[in-house]
Design a protein around this ligand. Structure first.
Ligand code: AMP
Ligand code: MN
Ligand code: MN
Ligand code: MN
Length: 288
């Protein structure tokens, strides 16, 4: 397999904060020419068997996936896991603990939004959550668009849901060490998701990559929906510097909200080890 394989190894279904069911995503990936696919819902692996079955029946190769929320230096960092055993008990327990605080956080967010005149946000967000255990800021954003407070979800994040804004509630997610070890002890590879999105200084970013590597992390998303072409180049350099494999994924959430469609990203830059080469034995092959 080459770095030009159309692999899309990052997207979300209604099980977390996407708007399409796993089967709809599999069909969309297939229609867009994806050859190897992974569904990476936030903090949940409960529909991996469903996603794999849908993908394989459509002629797609499949890797198990997840995106774990981690707290690192007072920011939220996302760690994608690929190619693990989705029935692994320690992984499932860790994810259950990580999901645990979301309900309380959502109530606090709703309380803060009420103070700036936005009533009923908890119930409103819950209506958009396909899986109440995974109620997220994205569901609040959809409610605020539906109720006319903002025109689109990015505007909601900018005005209400990011640090320093009225609806933002600080949250303690998993540790970097635990997230990496849940993935690796379940047989998968841990990957730093969309590194250009964090607001770290260069020293802090160096600490993230070195600690990640020290805990057994294996890859970095180089080509992802929120990176610019210049960031593909700079994180290709980071991958080489830290001896990490490279991943590629759209981070598709919704036909109405996502900038990047499934399967439409450019290829990885040359001279990198694609993460799917290291996971060749973990791929669940297409049925025909
Ligand atoms: P949560 O896990 O509840 O903190 O929500 C995080 C999710 O919000 C991410 O996975 C993205 O899907 C979404 N998100 C974060 N920042 C933005 C943004 N600026 N615009 C749109 N969506 C965002
Ligand atoms: Mn998301
Ligand atoms: Mn993410
Ligand atoms: Mn994501």
């Amino acid at each position: 397999m080459t770095s030009h394989l159309n692999a899309d190894l990052h997207c979300h279904s209604t099980v977390s904060d996407g708007t399409l069911a796993p089967e709809e995503l599999a069909a969309r990936a297939k229609a867009n020419g994806v050859e190897l696919w992974a569904l990476t819902d936030h903090d949940e692996v409960g529909v991996q068997a469903r996603a794999a079955a849908a993908a394989r029946a459509l002629g797609l190769d499949y890797l198990t996936g997840v995106e774990i929320s981690v707290s690192f230096l007072h920011q939220t960092v996302h760690i994608v896991g690929l190619g693990f055993d989705a029935d692994n008990a320690q992984l499932k327990l860790g994810l259950q603990q990580t999901r645990g605080g979301r309900g309380q956080r959502a109530l606090e967010m709703s309380g803060q939004l009420a103070k700036v005149g936005i009533e009923g946000a908890y119930a409103g967000a819950l209506k958009f959550a396909g899986n109440p255990a995974l109620i997220s800021r994205t569901h609040f954003a959809r409610f605020l668009v539906e109720s006319g407070v903002c025109r689109e979800t990015h505007e909601v994040f900018r005005k209400y849901l990011t640090e320093g804004k009225p609806g933002f509630v600080e949250h303690r997610w998993a540790s970097l060490k635990n997230a990496v070890s849940w993935i690796t002890q379940a047989g998968g590879i841990a990957i730093i998701a969309h590194p250009a999105r964090y607001k770290f200084s260069s020293n802090e970013e160096f600490a993230l990559f070195s600690e990640f590597k020290g805990h057994g992390g294996g890859g970095v998303e180089v080509v992802t929906g929120s990176h610019t072409p210049a960031e593909y180049i700079s994180y290709a350099d980071t991958a080489r510097e830290f001896g990490l494999a490279a991943s590629r994924g759209s981070d598709f959430h919704s036909p109405d909200e996502s900038h990047t469609e499934l399967g439409t990203l450019p290829a990885l830059p040359e001279g990198l080890t694609p993460v799917w080469e290291l996971l060749a034995d973990h791929i669940q092959p297409a049925l025909h």
